[in-house]
Design a protein around this ligand. Structure first.
Ligand code: F6P
Length: 547
């Protein structure tokens, strides 16, 4: 199932090579190979990707790809796309890539043509969204729906909210969306505060339909609605997205108004399934279809491009290079597009729930550190917050910069002569340049800086980054970007030898929270004796609550 890469010849060669180049500066890499700025780049779909500002030379890339081959990356990738049960701990296929296959494709998995199933649901979503958007589907009092509220958490929230924010300028039917995820009542209260029940549609989005937060929030929303419009209004104001029809019916939503998906779609890979219904309602079926085409474009690239020109493979292997050979703990994701403000948060679930594992497929411990930590904020905001550490801190933080040639909209600069978007992008280019090349003590002193201040001003450089550029933030480009990261996660997961598609690590906290609730509220004795810290915390809380 997986090869332990640390025992391969390719690993040994890479280790030796790393010792040779570990301390080389990016200034030297560029001086020795002036063409690298245009050569160490690639295009994938609409994306132009520059990976020349990484601490790699052409030999490093060859050796990294050699290691990928030794790990049988091609075979693992093909196994995923063909529907083999590569999610071994749950014995499931992993087929989010089937969600974006064109209608005329066929993919038979476990005896079933999954493409036909996918398009049957997409057609139903499309018909439903046409009706809502055109005003043929009305609320209980006969009014048009103008707000959809997606109630979900994790993959049933982070994808839709991120995509909605990124593409909200493509809204074209007077519908806006809100998202409620947290069990903190503040979340639901804030969402409901300015809503008119007559024009609100709730989408209860949960793969399992058994997630505490979602069912609790959905119940609160239903109570809010029925207190205002009566019980019968639920039929017009609630729909569900789930794989669990029985539980949807138990909740009181007619399964006619349920949009399904399948156990082979992981929650964090599901924004392109019916989980994206809120997005489709806002931007319409055609633009949603462009979004799916974007994913498919990157899927084709991942499957067909040779490893040397394969964006997810190269970026995944470069991520692996830093986390494994330079002990980098994290990767910053810095979109120079405010509309992508939730992209880093979305990637946190995608990457960390997937690759935050300590054992391999066979249950034995991993032999390399797994799971990069992803974090970030849009530029230029981040520049005035944490970039200080990126530039002068002692930790190595590789960064992905994402930017667009055309803005969705623009404003003139203060003096009225330029474009604010150009200012934004000049910051993007300046930051990647400064991170890579810095400014050394000699150069700083030459500016007339006093000797005692020089060390404080030294910009060490040699800080790696990837630049990812696209013509414009469109539905298709966003789909391409998401798939680019999905497949990087896959590549790194293969290198670690882990199951990137389960998430057992989230379960224990859920059950223990359920066990603790009656202890907090009714002073029940805990099922198992509490440790002294938790016991004291619970006592303090109960006292504060007057219990
Ligand atoms: O707790 C983790 C998780 O299972 C995620 O993997 C998932 O995206 C989220 O909870 C929500 O699950 P569901 O869609 O079943 O409500």
């Amino acid at each position: 199932m997986s090869v332990d890469i640390t025992g391969t010849e390719a690993w040994k060669k890479l280790k030796d090579h790393q010792h040779r180049i570990a301390y080389r500066h990016l200034r030297d890499f560029f001086a020795d190979d002036p063409a690298r700025g245009s050569d160490l780049t690639l295009t994938a779909g609409d994306l132009y990707i520059d990976y020349s500002k990484h601490r790699v030379d052409r030999t490093t890339i060859e050796l990294l790809l050699g290691l990928a081959r030794a790990a049988e990356l091609d075979e693992r990738r093909d196994a995923m796309f063909s529907g083999e049960h590569i999610n071994t701990s749950e014995d499931r296929a992993v087929l989010h890539t089937a969600l974006r296959l064109p209608k005329d494709a066929t993919l038979v998995v476990d005896g079933q043509d999954v493409v036909a199933d996918v398009h049957e649901v997409l057609d139903r979503m499309g018909d439903f969204s046409d009706r809502v958007r055109s005003g043929h589907w009305l609320g209980a009092t006969g009014e048009k729906i103008t707000t959809v509220v997606n109630i979900g958490i994790g993959g049933s929230d982070l994808g839709p909210v991120m995509v909605y924010r990124a593409l909200r300028h493509y809204a074209d039917a007077g519908i806006s969306a809100k998202f409620v995820s947290n069990i903190d009542p503040a979340d639901m209260i804030a969402a409901l505060s300015d809503l008119d029940p007559a024009t609100t549609l709730f989408i209860v989005a949960s793969k399992t339909f058994s997630t505490l937060e979602t069912l609790t929030n959905a119940t609160a929303a239903r109570r809010w609605l029925t207190e205002r419009l009566g019980d019968a209004a639920v039929a017009q104001h609630f729909v569900a997205v789930s794989t669990n029809a029985e539980k949807v019916a138990d909740f009181g939503i007619d399964t006619e108004n349920m949009f399904g998906f399948w156990d082979w779609v992981g929650g964090r890979y599901s924004v392109d399934s019916a989980i994206g219904l809120s997005v489709m309602l806002v931007i319409g079926r055609d633009q949603f279809s462009e979004f799916l085409d974007g994913f498919h474009t990157m899927d084709r690239h991942f499957v067909t491009a040779p490893l040397e020109a394969n964006a997810p493979v190269l970026l995944g292997m470069i991520g692996f290079w830093y986390s494994t050979f330079f002990e980098a703990q994290s990767r910053a994701v810095l979109p120079y597009a405010n509309d992508m403000s939730r992209f880093p948060a979305y990637l946190q679930q995608l990457t960390m729930e997937s690759n935050g594992k300590s054992v391999k497929h066979d249950g034995t411990p991993v032999t390399v550190d797994s799971g990069e930590i992803f974090w970030g904020e849009p530029g230029t905001n981040g520049q005035h917050a944490f970039y200080q550490l990126l530039h002068q801190g002692t930790r190595l933080v590789p960064a992905d910069f994402i930017g667009f040639a055309e803005p969705i909209d623009d404003l003139p600069t203060a003096d009225g002569t330029g474009s604010m978007h150009d200012l934004l992008m000049s910051n993007f280019f300046a930051q990647t340049k400064v991170l890579a090349f810095g400014k050394n003590a000699e150069e700083i002193a030459a500016d007339g800086t006093p000797a005692d201040i020089v060390p404080h001003k030294v910009m060490p450089g040699n800080r790696p980054s990837t630049s990812i550029l696209a013509p414009k933030l469109t539905p298709s480009v966003l789909g391409q970007l998401i798939a680019l990261y999905e497949h990087q996660v896959f590549v790194e997961g293969v290198m670690f030898g882990i199951d990137s598609f389960d998430q057992w690590g989230v379960e224990l906290g859920k059950t223990q929270a359920q066990e603790l609730t009656p202890v907090l509220t009714e002073a029940e004795k805990p099922a198992t004796e509490l440790d002294s810290s938790t016991s004291a915390l619970v006592d303090w809380y109960r006292t504060q609550r007057g219990r």
